[in-house]
Design a protein around this ligand. Sequence first.
Ligand code: SF4
Length: 319
Amino acid sequence: MKQIYTYGSYLREKFGVKVYKVGINISGFTCPNIDGTVAKGGCTFCENDSFSASTQTVQALKGFHLNLDSDENPFLDKQLLQLKQQFDAISSRQKREYGAEKFLVYFQSFTNTYAPFQTLKALYEKALSFDNVVGLSIGTRSDSITEETLEYLKELNKEKEIWLEFGIQSVYDATLKKINRGHDSANVKEWILKSKEAGLNVCGHLIFGLPGETQKMMLETAKEAYEWGIDSVKYHPLYVVKRTALANEYARGEFQPISEELYLNTLLKALEMKPENVSVQRVTAGIDDDSLLAPQWCRDKNQQIRHINHALKKIGLKY
Ligand code: SF4
């Protein structure tokens, strides 16, 4: 049985020890697709409220949003403290429970290059100063990163491991429009190519089961993303949670979630097409609480992984 090349294996090969990602949510960040810069309301599947940070400093930062037109940030100290508190809490648990020795700080919620440059710089540099941190992984949108930030990250990447994570979702503009993505596929391609040219590491997020998409379309997205040179990939099924535009479409019968059977079949094909060097960070997603409306197979993560491994076994692979 051949083991799929995972991100964990990549990090272990590169750093020689167990490296874990420490997911961080900094208050004050938002997304141009939510705040009205690009669009309002966000992607139809995005439950904006779900991005809440849980540290002692949160109360002080409640209701605060970064002002993109100014380099002044009166709450920067609090954000830096929040970063430290989250990093300490999560990395200690990862050390204790999984034997993690080194860490990548993962700026995960909202759009983590969408802030005044000096704020980004302060947060990234603070994260890189923590003990045993080997690098950063920065989740963002392709329409929200500037040449200045890219140039700066290029410099950081000479000393540390810098990743950018872009939501690709689909290469079909009609689909991106349906989900109110706020940018087209050409924009994602442009910034992935630029990031690669700058020598940065790129992870692409793909969603299977987007409205109106056939399996052929989902696989075309995977194929193009591989061709753009992504280094790592996260595959997700589209699921519906309460308080989203997609929930309304689902209630009106306008959206039919992907079946587990079709998801598995698409995932297997996408994995078979994947170049060997592209590491896999995620093969599915879901949520096990009452916010999940559909499909129900996205509730139990362990069961999903069991089904994925069962399906992979038939083609001689394991995750
Ligand atoms: S880009 Fe991300 S944070 Fe922004 S609306 Fe879409 S899913 Fe939500």
